[in-house]
Design a binder for this molecule. Structure first.
Ligand SMILES: *Cc1c(COP(=O)(O)O)cnc(C)c1O
Length: 406
């Protein structure tokens, strides 16, 4: 086989489809969020970032930076081993206690990323529960799909957020078979939420465990930032809650929170937990500082929601095709891969605004979009400049506008 020809042939097809991935090289500037420096071909420009998942700008919060710096000064860079062999730090233990408390669960377990938390937990449970069946929402994230596939368990996909469809699938199964229902609270590309309580009730009626990915909700919803399940008062219905330290908490790492036995089981049997070096102590320290800050500052969540609502209202008033999100995620439809990339390029070149195009396979073909993520630090002026820039780009590319709302 001509391997090089195979690789370049595939890449050429991505170029032709307009969905070849080009990474924008950024240099972040602590204290200047949402401003960053954009590097291209040896040139540097200041840009405004409108697509960061550092949703609350905690990645640049002085308290978080200081906690990280202090821990590095005190303990050095790496953890020094896997959790089992010299790599369990007092800061990991403190972080797991904090996460358990945040979600009102008896225990928690930290992984090197949210992806690994999903993949490892679902793979381990799906493979080890005898005859396990995994019920997966059609819009679930790639990391859950990977875990479910690799578990070898029987996989059943229910229509997105369709409780009746889930119920039909569960009712058709052998009641004695172990089952897990896996879904998300906030779907990160559409910005919609799931009926958590209803899904959990149906799952439990049929003897299934519930597994909820709250990656796009932890830190941002609920009185203490425990997620949408906290906001809805249904934390007790979620058997396993999964989250990330990398989005609203602004650091890196992932976790699950669940019963003592569930957490101990994944700790003891999960390959992706066991056979990898644990997170650096400074990461744990920064995460702890971030969670504690976010838990005790509900006004951050109020401001975040206000910014998102304001942006949605202003986009709609300008006739821009904002999608019907009910969360802090603000997607704008373009519905064409090449145009979506061009819109993003024009925003950057003409207006110093950075919004990454979202193309297949992250979203279905024909639903390509620009995904805006307003944070508490995006000002009214930032929004004014963004909307003027979008209007220019929409006119330049001949993209459709809607009747202005309001
Ligand atoms: C980003 C994401 C993950 C993975 O989290 P990381 O900590 O970035 O690895 C998992 N689930 C969903 C829904 C995500 O969007």
């Amino acid at each position: 086989m001509d391997y090089e020809a195979f690789f370049t042939g595939h890449l050429n097809r991505l170029h032709i489809e307009g969905r070849y991935r080009v990474f924008a090289e950024l240099e972040r500037i602590a204290g200047a969020f949402p401003r960053a420096r954009y590097h291209l071909d040896g040139k540097v420009r200041d840009v405004t970032v409108w697509c960061s998942n550092d949703y609350l700008a905690m990645g640049q919060h002085p308290t978080v930076i200081e906690a990280m710096q202090d821990a590095i000064g005190a303990q050095g860079s790496g953890a020094g081993g896997t959790r089992n062999i010299s790599g369990t730090n007092t800061l990991h233990a403190a972080l797991e206690r904090e996460l358990a408390a945040l979600h009102d669960k008896p225990a928690a377990l930290v992984f090197t990323s949210g992806y690994v938390a999903n993949e490892t937990t679902l793979q381990t449970l799906g493979a080890m529960l005898p005859g396990c069946e995994l019920y997966s929402d059609a819009s679930n994230h790639a990391s859950m799909i990977a875990g479910i596939r690799h578990s070898g368990a029987v996989r059943k996909i229910f229509q997105h957020n369709d409780v009746a469809h889930l119920e039909r699938l569960l009712a058709a199964a052998d009641p004695a078979t172990p089952k897990i229902v896996a879904f998300e609270s906030v779907y990160s590309m559409d910005g919609d939420t799931s009926p958590i309580g209803e899904i959990c009730d149906v799952a439990h009626r049929h003897g299934a465990l519930t597994y909820l990915d709250e990656v796009h909700a932890v830190g941002m919803y609920g009185d203490h930032g425990g997620g949408v399940a906290e906001r809805e008062g249904v934390l007790d219905k979620v058997d396993i809650l999964q989250g990330t330290l990398a989005k609203a908490f602004g650091v890196v790492g992932g976790y699950i929170a669940a019963s003592e036995a569930t957490v101990d089981f994944v700790r003891s049997c999960g390959s992706g937990f066991i056979f990898t070096t644990s997170l650096p102590p400074a990461i744990a320290a920064a995460s702890l500082a971030s969670i504690r800050h976010v838990r005790s500052h509900p006004e951050l969540r109020v401001r975040h929601q206000e910014r998102a609502a304001t942006l949605k209202r202003r986009l709609a008033a300008a006739g821009l095709p904002v999608m019907p999100s009910t969360t802090h995620i603000v997607p704008l439809s373009v519905d064409d891969a090449a145009l979506c990339k061009q819109a993003s390029d024009l925003l950057l070149e003409r207006h110093a605004i950075y919004v990454q195009p979202i193309n297949y396979p992250t979203v279905p073909r024909g639903t390509e979009r620009l995904r805006l993520t307003p944070t508490p630090l995006h000002s009214d002026d930032d929004m004014t400049r963004l909307i003027a820039a979008l209007q220019d780009v929409w006119a330049t590319l001949g993209l459709g506008l809607r009747q202005a709302a309001e």
